[in-house]
Design a protein around this ligand. Structure first.
Ligand code: SAM
Length: 414
């Protein structure tokens, strides 16, 4: 199964030329031994992976290109699909380690060797090496980069499910290959089945949702009977969670500027039997989709997506500092526009799946300065129940075992 796509990565991926690790025992020749899987002696998966990489760019994210390749030629076996997918993601995950002078197929093999080595001997990769090679240089200026975070980024991501409240245990028994998560309804899935084909999925028994995204719904803590607005609802991942937490009572408005995303939201809502919502297009401008005032507004804003780089490694090489700055301006504008829709006493929750200072603390500080009618609202950290609630939660992948997320809360005082 492919990792979830990040919405809008841009621009072409540089195939970085970097020296090999000094202790690497393999040579740099193009005929270096491949990890030839017995199931696929002809290496079709390798050619598929190479074609995906060659056709990926800033505007054509690797996961979308891979899906397109798989759709256009349907004779790939399950093993080939899995191997090609693993190879493409390893290539971008280990991009800073591989020798860009090799032929592309040899680079891919080399990336797979690094991935394998990291699983077997993680300590063979020193912190210094990880800090120097895992990410592009600009990231160091944008957020505090630690070796612990990079180790989490380089590991194979866990696929997280969100079961209907209270049903995680029974779902785990039916699905198999699951591990309980750190949040109440979360299950990590390590099986090989296509979960989109499971009857339980079609019956709305679970959603695929990263654990860090599940934390956003919990931080909102909506109550049955309230009215909420999920202003950047996209395909509805968080909307469905809000609705469940409200036990289907009350109303959630869902808006987005992308009509196609709202169409997918409607399909998902039907499957999840979520009926207490209303969808409307909103382009993010000052003209809002409704004049209603809400008990809570969630702004899950478009962002640089750095918190998803564990499962979307291609975006590490296509995202730029300019993106971060442009997105921070968009986030502030969206916050300004939604703020008047919060009732006195109501909540405003801002979330982004990124951790750059510009899109987190800088956006919230600027918003706070311009909006004295909002007071910081302490939020419970769902991963650290014993911790005192704080108005801002910075969730790092090494703590969530999934993505990274920033969540800030305010309450309207007047
Ligand atoms: C982080 S995603 C939302 C994900 C969604 N909340 C979920 O849980 O599945 C951000 C969303 O903001 C939307 N968006 C981007 N720019 C926008 C704008 N200027 N106005 C309104 N929505 C915008 C995108 O279409 C995207 O769906």
């Amino acid at each position: 199964m492919l990792p979830e796509a990040v919405p809008e990565p841009r621009h072409s991926s540089p195939h970085r030329r970097s020296p090999r690790r000094p202790d690497d025992e393999h040579d740099d020749h193009d005929d270096a031994p491949a990890p030839a899987p017995a199931a696929d002696p002809f290496g079709r998966w390798l050619k598929l992976a190479a074609s995906v990489i060659a056709n990926s760019s800033r505007t054509q994210p690797a996961d979308a290109v891979l899906r397109e390749h798989l759709r256009s030629t349907r004779d790939w076996t399950k093993a080939e699909t899995a191997q090609a997918s693993q190879a493409v993601f390893a290539f971008y995950r280990w991009g800073g380690w591989i020798n860009g002078e090799l032929k592309l197929e040899s680079q891919i093999r080399s990336a797979l060797e690094f991935a394998d080595e990291f699983v077997r001997r993680p300590q063979a990769f020193t912190d210094e090496e990880l800090l120097a090679r895992t990410l592009p240089e600009w990231v160091n200026a944008a957020l505090p980069v630690s070796a612990t975070w990079l180790r989490a980024l380089q590991a194979e991501p866990t696929l997280w499910l969100r079961a209907k409240p209270g049903r995680a245990q029974s779902l785990a028994q039916v699905l198999g290959h699951t591990q309980p998560g750190p949040l109440p309804d979360a299950l990590g899935y390590a099986g090989e089945e296509n979960l989109f084909r499971r009857p339980e999925f079609h019956a709305g028994e679970f959603e695929l949702q990263d654990i860090a995204s599940q934390a956003v719904g919990l931080a909102c803590a909506p109550q049955p009977g309230e009215t909420w607005w999920d202003a950047c609802a996209g395909e509805g991942g968080k909307l469905l969670h809000l609705s469940l937490l409200m036990q289907g009572k009350g109303m959630v408005w869902a808006s987005d500027r992308a009509e196609w995303r709202l169409k997918k939201l409607k399909l998902r809502a039907g499957r999840a039997q979520c009926f207490n919502y209303r969808a409307a297009l909103w382009d993010g401008g000052a003209k809002l989709p409704t004049k209603s005032r809400f008990d809570g507004v969630l702004l899950d804003a478009p962002c640089s997506g750095i918190g998803t780089w564990h499962r979307n490694p291609h975006a590490r090489w296509t995202t730029t500092l300019d993106d971060v700055q442009e997105l921070a301006a968009v986030q502030l504008r969206l916050l300004d526009h939604v703020a008047p829709s919060v009732k006195p006493g109501g909540k405003l929750i801002y979330s982004v799946c990124t951790l750059t200072r510009a899109e987190t603390e800088a956006v919230t500080a600027t918003f706070q300065k311009a909006h004295p009618e909002f007071a910081p609202l302490p939020l419970m950290n769902p991963f650290q129940a014993s911790e005192s609630p704080r108005p801002q939660l910075v969730l790092w992948p090494q703590d969530t075992r999934g993505g990274g997320m920033f969540i800030a809360g305010w309450q309207r005082t007047h």
